[in-house]
Design a protein around this ligand. Structure first.
Ligand code: AR6
Length: 176
């Protein structure tokens, strides 16, 4: 078995709330390509992690859309932060779906590379970047379902409508 692989398929769950408060090994940040902070979940993570985070991020040289980089969690309960840059929604014909899937895949791989077992994802690209929430959630669930790279994957929803979308998808994907 490859290093970082668990025997069991990861359990998927939905959480409504603020991702910065979660006690998980890895919190995923929906960053921009500068990795130097911004609004939305990115702003919340930088505020909660503290100024050491941006100091550390300055050394990373940014990040391309669809890719991910890892830092310590600093002031977060989480030990690590994976910063990934989702695509800006441009109507759906500019490779957005593949880039979004790549964010989820790359984040899980980075988490596994540091031995993390639990990871929390926000709804990447669905805020400022304008990706339709239902289509984005479908990609998120489809991309990570069946993974053995970690043991537990939380989808953190900031509002009830996003939570309902994920709940419906996870109920559908449960084995009969
Ligand atoms: N916890 C969990 N989810 C949150 C939180 C939070 N504390 N705050 C917001 N969300 P967005 P994007 C949800 O805009 O679309 C930044 O400026 C939010 O409701 O944070 O990928 C970056 O620097 C939405 O469902 O990220 C980039 O410039 C989801 O997180 C740009 O925004 C994503 O919304 C990235 O845009």
């Amino acid at each position: 078995m490859a290093q970082g692989m668990n025997k069991d398929i990861a359990v998927l769950s939905v959480v409504e709330g603020d991702i910065t408060t979660l006690d998980v090994d890895v919190v995923v940040n929906a960053a921009n390509s500068s990795l130097l902070g911004g609004g939305g979940v990115d702003g919340a993570i930088h505020r909660a992690a503290g100024p050491e985070l941006v100091h550390h991020c300055r050394q990373l040289g940014g990040c391309r859309t669809g890719e991910a980089k890892i830092t310590p969690g600093f002031g977060l309960l989480a030990r690590w932060i994976v910063h990934t840059v989702g695509p800006v929604w441009k109507g759906g014909h500019k490779g957005e779906a593949e880039l979004l899937a790549s964010c989820y895949r790359g984040s899980l791989e980075l988490a596994a590379s540091v031995g993390a077992r639990t990871i929390a994802f926000p709804a990447i690209s669905t805020g400022v970047y304008g990706y339709p929430a239902a289509a984005a959630a479908e990609i998120a669930v489809r991309t990570v379902a069946g993974s053995r790279l970690v043991s537990s994957i939380h989808f953190v929803c900031f509002d009830a409508s996003t939570r309902r979308i994920y709940k419906a998808l996870l109920t559908d994907s449960e084995p009969a």
